[in-house]
Unconditional design. Structure first.
Length: 459
């Protein structure tokens, strides 16, 4: 039986010699704190403050209690702090807990620069665990944090159809981000960093089918732990492919049916991805935020005396594909429901933690309003845009359009708003005095000699 002679490049793992993974990792390994622009340093401080608050707010969620009951049973020697719980777990278990509690309320940051990635939960959970294994300065911590964004976001940009394939990017890209960040903090050289990314990427997982369940935030915790493990293994000489991103069977080609690996190195060192991060004023899926802004505005202007006949929404198609749960029966499900979100934002003029509880999801008043929400998709609307109208039973009509949702790069939360959010999240968990100490320390994070000192007040 005859056939064509197979060339070297025909083999599935044959080297392409594009050096994309190698060049990215060389940059990450060789970057210095001095190479970070002030905008990146400030974005890092904001991100750390926001994430700690989100993790503390999530620390008492029933999901976390279930998780901790197992991790305590199976974990290693207590080495790393679990935020808001006054306990320690093993070096690989604490990041699972902290990563999950940081993401469980869907209140954590979201990068929208070609990806939809909650980078801080996996990255910071890994870094805080490492900062108890060795003394880490604030400058080194912030550099590692920024390095995590570079690796995770850029890997996602090289795989444009990754999200459309059903992967939850915080689980997949978050693992790569955590591996790179931990590798940077451990001081891995360029080749070790290549291996850290390879070991991380081969563990990348997380399915959107689990959105609205306890598994969704579990992805963030596992990403943190798997990324940390990858860096520790690479430090000991554990190897991987040198082309884990661009290879013929690499991440960008098997996790996406469309690739654009040139984007991975585009403006590397000039554009720091952490500066394009967004922060949430609302405790739900980020694509719901334009609708929330619109409905809060309408709630303030529509007369309360007139009965509502209908609520009309126009949103970007991504909002429906991510948050299309029509009749949520749990708080976690309601975070991915356009109809629920429109209803509670209009009724409460808010979309915080209290609007996404099991009780609120089952409230008859909310349910009745959900039933008269009508949604249309509009490809002319950006992911941070929405249009809404409220029609009263007497025929009066009120409309509002959102050009850029609150908390996005084009309409960012102010430092004062970030502080207010942090205190609202942190005070119920650790008290006013400890929360204030953490807040003040984070704003001067680059001056700290030992980041581990932050963890005592957060325990």
């Amino acid at each position: 039986m005859s056939g064509q002679l197979a060339s070297r490049a025909d083999y599935g793992a044959a080297a392409l010699d594009l050096n994309i993974t190698k060049d990215l990792c060389a940059f990450l390994a060789e970057a210095t704190f001095e190479s970070l622009p002030e905008a990146a340093v400030h974005a890092g401080r904001r991100g750390v403050l926001d994430w700690i608050g989100c993790a503390l707010a999530g620390s008492r969620h029933p999901t976390i209690s279930k998780l901790l009951s197992v991790l305590e049973e199976v974990g290693g020697a207590p080495q790393a702090t679990v935020l808001g719980r006054g306990m320690k777990l093993g070096l690989l278990e604490a990041p699972i807990a902290n990563g999950q509690m940081g993401h469980v309320l869907d209140f954590d940051d979201t990068h929208m620069g070609g990806v939809v990635l909650h980078a801080s939960s996996p990255v910071l959970s890994a870094l805080f665990a490492l900062s108890e294994k060795k003394t880490v300065s604030g400058r080194d911590f912030l550099l590692a944090y920024a390095a995590g964004f570079e690796a995770g976001v850029r890997a996602g940009q090289g795989a444009p159809a990754h999200h459309a394939g059903g992967w939850h990017l915080t689980g997949t890209l978050g693992t790569i981000a955590a591996g790179a960040a931990a590798g940077r903090l451990l001081g891995l050289n360029a080749q070790q960093m290549v291996h850290a990314l390879g070991i991380a990427a081969t563990q990348a997982a997380g399915m959107q089918q689990n959105r609205g369940t306890m598994c969704k935030s579990f992805h963030a915790g596992k990403a943190a732990s798997n990324g940390l493990l990858a860096a520790l293994l690479a430090q000991k000489g554990f190897d991987s492919s040198d082309e884990i991103l661009e290879g013929k069977r690499g991440f960008c080609r098997i996790y996406s049916n469309v690739t654009n690996t040139d984007l991975i190195l585009d403006q590397l060192g000039e554009r720091w991805e952490i500066t394009r991060n967004g922060h949430k004023p609302y405790a739900c899926g980020v694509v719901l935020h334009p609708t929330i802004d619109a409905m809060i505005a309408l709630g303030a202007k529509v007369p309360q005396t007139g009965g509502v006949a209908a609520i009309e929404l126009r949103v970007n198609p991504l909002a429906v594909s991510i948050t299309g749960v029509a009749d949520p029966r749990t708080g976690l499900k309601s975070k991915f429901s356009l109809t629920h979100t429109a209803a509670v934002a209009f009724l409460d003029r808010a979309a915080g933690i209290a609007q996404y509880t099991d009780e609120r999801a089952r409230d008859p008043e909310v349910s009745a309003l959900r039933d008269i929400v009508h949604v249309r998709t509009d490809e002319n609307l950006g992911k941070d845009q929405a249009w809404a109208a409220v029609v009263l039973q007497n025929g009066e009509r009120y409309e509002h359009q959102v050009v850029h949702a609150s908390g996005t790069v084009d309409n960012p939360m102010s430092d004062a708003a970030m502080e207010a959010k942090f205190m609202a999240n942190a005070v119920p968990a650790i008290g006013q005095d400890r929360a204030a100490r953490v807040r003040d320390a984070v704003w001067r994070l680059d001056q700290l000699d030992d980041v581990g000192s932050l963890l005592g007040p957060c325990a």
